[in-house]
Design a binder for this molecule. Structure first.
Ligand SMILES: Nc1ncnc2c1ncn2[C@@H]1O[C@H](COP(=O)(O)OP(=O)(O)OP(=O)(O)O)[C@@H](O)[C@H]1O
Length: 305
């Protein structure tokens, strides 16, 4: 993989507000990365720095090897951006809107029909004024705009907010195709649950500082949060020896026994309870979710202040 985005020691200060503080990160080609953080954590500021819309107070930003702040059109063409709230001219049709952005980006207008198809906007819809569009259709048009010129880096700010589940699914299918084609996709979002299976890597920002960066497995490894094991014993089986350890197992609903186990003890415990005769009728293993990890890293940072 090759690095497409390199941010080195970047800070951005607005008056007395440190919107981004000393952030260093690298994104690779073909990687889908989730950028998560509370409101005001600095996500949009970081994206604007990557686009060259604002300049860092200190540090350097390199997008595809170039400084995005130089405003070089060729370099910009290879970046795609979907802002948090897309606002289009309501009187223009979808096709006119996309043609306008294609001209701005100096992209061949002949490519826009394929883009409409790619984001799932029918030709009849493309011929209608944007004011008649639903929120989902506007978001699709926004995505088509971001995809103009087949960017190698795509920066999407809250791309699925307000979309229904079917639209979200088709949105993520598109992201999967882009990832396969080698595009770097950065998704800024609050929707942690839906990102869990979609992002290769998660970056957590808090108050402008990067507090975690890794795959879900890496973050789980660092956080050392316990895994929950829920075991159901077969009704007609005698109570197995392992289930008699009242210090470990707590009774849950419907006769299920539950315990939280530390990462280093998990395999040994699973081996012990599944060894025949286990008496088990069911077993559920729940790893810490992205929500749990997010809360953990935020607490950790607050405690170390
Ligand atoms: N142009 C600006 N002038 C002054 N302060 C700003 C400006 N832009 C952002 N900030 C401040 O910088 C901090 C980070 O804002 P930013 O918009 O980057 O956060 P965010 O993580 O994108 O939040 P949200 O999830 O609410 O969109 C906030 O305290 C915000 O008020």
């Amino acid at each position: 993989m090759t690095a497409t985005v390199k941010i080195d020691g970047v800070s951005k200060r607005y008056g007395k507000v440190d919107a981004v503080r000393d952030v260093t990160l690298t994104l690779e080609g073909g990687e889908t990365v989730a950028l998560v953080g509370h409101n005001g954590a600095g996500k949009t500021t970081l994206i604007k720095l990557m686009l060259g819309l604002i300049r860092p107070t200190t540090g350097s930003v390199r997008m595809l090897g170039e400084d995005p702040g130089r405003g070089d059109v060729r370099a910009r063409k290879r970046l795609g951006y979907l802002p948090e709230s897309v606002s289009f001219h309501m009187a223009l049709t979808g096709r006119e809107t996309l043609a306008f952005y294609a001209r701005l980006k100096r992209v061949d207008i002949a490519s826009i029909d394929a883009l409409f198809e790619r984001v799932g906007l029918a030709p009849q819809a493309a011929a209608r004024p944007v004011r008649t569009y639903s929120k989902g259709m506007r978001q699709r048009l926004g995505l088509a705009q971001a995809l103009l010129g087949a960017p190698r880096v795509l920066l999407l700010d809250e791309p699925t907010s307000g979309l229904d589940p079917a639209l979200r699914r088709s949105f993520y299918d598109l992201i999967t195709d882009l990832r396969a084609g080698g595009t770097t996709v950065l998704l800024s979002s609050h929707a942690l649950t839906e990102l869990e299976d979609r992002a290769d890597r998660v970056i957590i920002l808090n108050k402008g500082t990067k507090i975690a960066d890794g795959t879900l497995d890496e973050l789980r490894h660092i956080a050392r949060l316990p895994t929950r094991i829920s075991a159901r014993i077969a009704r007609d089986a005698p109570i197995p020896a392992w289930a008699q350890d009242n210090g470990r197992w707590k009774p849950g609903a419907n006769g299920i026994l539950e315990t939280d186990v530390a990462p280093e003890d998990k395999i040994a415990l699973l081996g012990a309870i599944t060894a025949p005769p286990s008496g088990l009728a069911g077993l559920t293993i729940t790893e810490p979710t992205l929500d749990d990890l997010y809360a953990h890293f935020l607490d950790d940072q607050e405690m170390s202040r």
